[in-house]
Design a protein around this ligand. Structure first.
Ligand code: NDP
Length: 333
């Protein structure tokens, strides 16, 4: 079995990851760590977790095999390094760190310690995105030419905290959502981005100079061009993802979400077909792949290297928005 320690009394763990771990036949949550002892205790009680601790040393010194890090973004780096040093496997939330330099150090530390490091890019685990990836890989749309990602949402009131107020915690929509879009594009296309040009905005929700909307233009190695739209402020938008190829188009709706929802339409000269795909919970599948990697069976669904790629992409988008120039993407892998 895999005994987990949670680092962070977070919303994402409460809403999705605790259930996803418990859905595994061999998954167990042993302890939660919060920086605040009362919050640790309350969170443990509320979620039926046997132990609550308020220091990283106490958590890493306890009988656990793996940690799930879902603290605010500036904390991931040091917490992951400490966990690797203690020989614990690490499933880390995105962005892995605030800079791709730090993310590379995390991957190096995981290698040196011989532990598994995964990035919790949930969308790779969506049936919809896997169906799109399979269709692209099977040549069903011919040569992919262009892609469009619609991922501008309304940040729920209970999450209108550090994401829109604290630059030092890694707030802003680019580190929050653009990382996911960069990863999902790489996953579905089986291709890597080489450069990005981005505009960002503050449309009334985020303060302290943080952006709450972004539009990015990406060029991929194959020559494919893509656009992505991320936002916190669009109350009435829906999400989608399209890939257009020389012989067909994939048109997915309501798929940039945490739920196993949405539809994927394949349109070609022979007509239209709704692709069928499994509706397993995304996070449950993410943890299952991570557990397999811990047993030595393959890689987690999104590796540390994938986390470096998504962060290097987001970093380049922020640099582009700040400079008004197109920026090369180099994960230095
Ligand atoms: P939350 O804001 O819910 O939690 C982040 C931290 O806030 C917690 O670790 C906790 O610190 C602190 N906190 C919680 N409650 C309070 C409080 N009442 N007062 C002060 N501090 C408090 O974050 P999210 O769950 O939204 O995000 C956490 C991480 O997960 C981020 O890195 C984010 O990018 C990622 N994420 C990933 C998603 C995905 O689908 N892959 C989806 C959502 C988020 P402490 O632990 O010290 O108590």
């Amino acid at each position: 079995s895999v005994k987990w320690g949670l680092i962070g009394s977070s919303t994402i763990a409460r809403q999705f990851m605790i259930d996803a771990i418990r859905a595994q036949p061999d998954g167990e949550i042993s302890a939660v760590m919060s920086s605040n002892p009362e919050r640790a205790m309350a969170y443990a009680m509320e979620n039926g977790i046997p132990a609550a601790v308020s220091s990283l040393d106490a958590l890493l010194g306890s009988d656990i095999d793996a940690v799930y890090i879902s603290t605010t973004n500036e904390l991931h780096f040091e917490q992951a390094l400490a966990a690797a040093r203690a020989g614990k496997h690490v499933l880390c939330e995105k962005p892995l760190a605030l800079t791709s330099d730090d993310a590379r150090k995390m991957v190096a530390a995981a290698k040196a310690a011989g532990i598994v490091l995964g990035t919790n890019h949930h969308l790779r685990n969506a049936g919809a995105h896997r169906a799109m990836r399979d269709a692209v890989a099977a040549g069903r749309i011919g040569n992919p030419i262009a892609a469009r990602v619609f991922h501008s949402v309304y940040l729920p009131e209970n999450l209108q905290g550090w994401r829109i107020t604290r630059p030092e915690a890694g707030g802003g929509v680019v580190l929050d959502i653009t990382v996911h879009d960069a990863d999902t594009l790489r996953f579905v296309l089986g291709d890597d981005p080489v450069e990005v040009s981005a505009f960002t905005q503050s449309a009334g929700m985020a303060g302290s100079g943080l952006e709450d909307g972004a539009m990015c233009l990406w060029r991929f190695k194959s020559g494919l061009i893509a656009q992505s739209h991320e936002g916190f402020t669009t109350r009435f938008a829906d999400t989608g993802f399209e890939v257009h190829g020389s012989r067909g188009s994939l048109i997915a709706r309501d798929v940039m979400t945490q739920k196993p929802a949405g539809s994927v339409l394949l349109r070609t000269a022979s007509g239209e077909e709704q692709l069928s795909f499994d509706r397993e919970d995304l996070y449950t599948r993410s943890v299952r792949g991570f557990h397999a990697a811990v047993r030595g069976e393959g890689q987690p669904p999104a590796t540390g290297e994938d986390g470096i790629w998504s962060l290097a992409s987001a970093e380049a988008a922020l640099q582009s928005a700040a400079s008004g120039k197109t920026v090369k993407i180099d994960p230095k892998l």
